[in-house]
Design a protein around this ligand. Structure first.
Ligand code: 5AD
Ligand code: SF4
Length: 438
């Protein structure tokens, strides 16, 4: 039996694509391996959102040259967002000749044909269809966990934030048909799935490309009615599209989890405008205010970019001010990374690396104590946890997530994995909680 190894970079969308690749290879009779040294087929599912992720991929590809020399039968494939870019494909073709198959984000379903073509010709195979809708409805996935699953509800993005490469790698926004999403989730529920995370670059604009009048709130309501599903999450939201109707859903839909990930990116109106985000800090704070009023125990997380071109000390202070006002439970912070082909890459006033790093550290110093204080509020309460796994370092400690998506560690038996249980929170750290099952 041939063995495959997949290395995934980037976001949940990529993780889920890798699950689809795994399903495709399993259907072809391959067997998964977690050790790339013993694999016959190695796949890199890449991310293009920041330069650091790209550099890591190139570093790894370089290392594989040796492996390929030792095992000439090894087949190497690279896919994902980086491969959607012609300039990067050219680099791979010229400098990384050990790569045998290149495919894009839209044609995972063609993988069996690409492998056959490579086996027949022995020549590098490239397939990066720009617009292939088949994968979007007809490809199953090898879910990493049976009790929680990702479900794509839409693909692509139309927003063209000026820093972001995604609209160029994942193409225009398109929504999946509701029936198809709902039947996928019903199947998942029948197989023991309790938690679904609906995926899209901007789930709040779900439905805009459908022929009928059906939006994200309608979809949430329909999913809320599916027996067996206990928790609904979604990623990611754009503040400009977060509607009052969605906020109302938090009050009326019992399965919708009390967490919202709402990327702010910057707290300065000048920078938000230059990023083409289409909201102001005032708009954003108003939405947060409404959400907090509707759902007082909501956890709020965000994405923040530090050092966008033109960001002055005052602009950055406004970002820190938003952090203090919203009191985020946690945040992903990023150093601005130039992406060739985007508008911001051409902007004059790029921020010095040293300043970016210094601001990044100050941002963490502002975020962390607030995250800790929010976590400490849960001490002494009983929270619902979906048990996910045993801890990496200790077999006797389990971890899981609260409805608000906070990570909890507690002692327990492996047989609890996949179950919803109550845990009493006893202590809190910046990024995790600790407790005892009750
Ligand atoms: N540089 C830094 N961060 C970026 N992001 C997207 N593009 C860039 C970039 N060029 C961040 C944004 C987005 C998250 C997924 O990645 O914060 O929300
Ligand atoms: Fe990129 Fe903006 Fe689209 Fe998010 S909404 S994927 S940041 S362009």
């Amino acid at each position: 039996m041939k063995k495959y190894f997949i290395q995934t970079y980037g976001c949940q969308m990529n993780e889920h694509d890798s699950e689809k690749i795994a399903w495709t290879l399993d259907s072809m009779g391959y067997e998964i391996s977690y050790n790339r040294e013993e694999a016959d087929f190695i796949i890199f599912n890449t991310c293009a959102v920041r330069k650091s992720a790209e550099e890591r991929v190139f570093g790894q590809l370089g290392e594989l040259k040796d492996l390929k020399r030792r095992n000439p039968n090894l087949v190497l494939a690279v896919c994902g967002c980086m491969m959607q870019r012609e300039d990067i494909r050219d680099v791979v073709l010229k400098k990384y000749r050990q790569v045998d198959i290149i495919f894009g984000t839209n044609n995972i379903n063609k993988l069996p044909q690409l492998i056959t073509r490579y086996n027949e010709t022995g020549k590098t195979v490239i397939d990066v269809d720009e617009d292939n809708r088949e994968i979007e409805e007809n490809l199953d996935a090898n879910r990493t966990y049976s009790y929680k699953s990702y479900v794509n509800i839409m693909y692509g993005c139309n927003n063209f934030c000026t820093y972001c490469i995604v609209p160029y790698t994942r193409g225009r926004e398109r929504s999946r048909e509701p029936e198809s999403i709902i039947s996928e989730i019903k199947d998942l529920a029948l197989n023991g799935c309790k938690e679904v995370t609906l995926l899209g670059q901007n789930v709040n604009s779900y439905g805009k490309t459908l022929e009928r009048n059906y939006n994200f709130s309608d979809l949430l309501k329909d999913i809320n009615n599916i027996d067996g599903i206990e928790r609904i999450r979604f990623m990611t939201s754009h503040p400009k599209d977060l509607s009052d109707e969605l906020i109302e859903c938090y009050k009326t839909l019992d399965k919708l989890c009390n967490h919202v990930h709402l990327p702010i990116q910057s707290g300065s109106n000048k920078i938000l405008k230059s990023m083409n985000r289409k909201y102001t800090r005032e708009d954003y704070l108003l939405i947060i205010d409404k959400i907090k009023k509707a759902v007082p125990d909501i956890a709020i997380t965000t994405d923040i970019i530090v050092g966008f071109p033109g960001e002055t000390e005052d602009d950055f202070e406004e970002t820190l001010d938003i952090v203090r006002k919203v009191r985020y439970d946690s945040a992903f912070s990023f150093l601005y990374s130039i992406r060739e082909g985007t508008k911001a890459a051409k902007m004059d006033d790029q921020v010095d690396d040293k300043i970016k790093h210094e601001r990044f550290n100050r941002l963490q110093d502002t975020l962390n104590p607030i995250g800790l204080e929010n976590n400490e509020k849960l001490i002494g309460t009983n929270v619902e946890v979906l048990v996910e796994d045993v801890s990496k370092n200790n077999e006797l400690v389990l971890n899981g997530r609260t409805r608000s998506s906070k990570l909890v560690h507690f002692p327990g038996d492996k047989r609890l994995i996949g179950k919803l249980i109550k845990v009493r929170i006893e202590s809190a750290k910046t990024f995790t909680l600790e407790g005892t099952a009750v």
